[in-house]
Design a protein around this ligand. Structure first.
Ligand code: ADP
Ligand code: MG
Length: 244
């Protein structure tokens, strides 16, 4: 049997202030799948992405590509799993875009030629190669998001988690992002409450509320279920998008 990209079994998590953010989560994601985590604010989407990235303090281990995220395996797992933070500014901190993109692969200890090759390829794939000398904080919101994605792609992870990658993008930048995501070959796990956005990117939808998984299904089953969506504070995307 092939190993799942992500396997989470009976996972619960409380923040140190005792907020129960995740309650008995069971979720398996296959390689190359594009999965959306949707749900209202506070549902636990970001916390679940943090759990998958193994960033939560004293969390239980989860399985990434057959490897349990114990201390021993964490370095290997970090190479398999890339994380796109909610705020691109958290990922762009160098004075020059190219240096932001080379930062990750350099840290992985790769040879310099390989780092340059990968970084150019990553920037090209997000359409920013010509802007590699620019100061990241001078880029537009859409370009910053694309740049942050390039910093992740340069590390060549098999799995990428993204927290609200659509936020603060105008419609044209959102369309560009959708195009880019649809071209990507990695396993993608995307948290968002923008149903019109995920309907155009993800085939499998995980609906969360109150720290629990409420429903898992394909996009028509979940996003097209008005009663279910409304019950959890979400809207049904435009019919045309669902039929697409
Ligand atoms: P979402 O991303 O779906 O909006 P979150 O995962 O951010 O939801 O939050 C889930 C729950 O955990 C919420 O009740 C939120 O207030 C709480 N929470 C999030 N971060 C923290 C934190 N650092 N400390 C305490 N509670 C938190
Ligand atoms: Mg969130």
């Amino acid at each position: 049997m092939t190993k799942a990209a992500v396997k989470i079994k009976d996972f619960s998590f409380k923040y140190p202030d005792a907020t129960a953010a995740l309650d008995n989560i069971n979720l398996e994601i296959a390689h190359k799948e594009r999965v959306a985590l949707i749900g209202p604010n506070g549902a636990g989407k970001s916390t679940l992405l943090l759990a998958i990235g193994n960033f939560l303090k004293s969390q239980d281990p989860i399985e990434i590509d057959g490897l349990l995220s114990t201390k021993k395996n964490i370095k290997k797992i970090r190479q398999k799993l890339g994380v796109l933070f909610q705020d691109p500014n958290d990922q762009l901190f160098m004075p020059r875009l190219f240096d932001d993109v080379t930062f990750g692969p350099l840290n992985m200890g790769l040879p310099k030629e390989e780092v340059i090759l990968r970084s150019r390829e990553a920037l090209r794939s997000v359409g920013l190669l010509e802007k590699k000398e620019r100061q990241p904080h001078h880029l537009s919101a859409g370009e910053k998001r694309a740049a942050a994605i390039a910093t992740v792609l340069a590390m060549k992870p098999e799995i990428i988690t993204m927290d609200e990658p659509d936020s603060s993008l105008d419609p044209r930048s959102q369309n560009k992002l959708i195009e880019l995501l649809n071209q990507m070959e990695q396993t993608l796990i995307i948290a968002t409450c923008n149903v019109n956005f995920v309907a155009r990117v993800c085939e499998r939808i995980v609906l969360m509320d109150d720290g629990k998984i409420i429903a898992i299904g394909n996009r028509k089953e979940i996003l097209g279920n008005q009663e279910l969506m409304n019950k959890h504070g979400l809207e049904v995307p435009a019919q045309a998008i669902l039929e697409d």
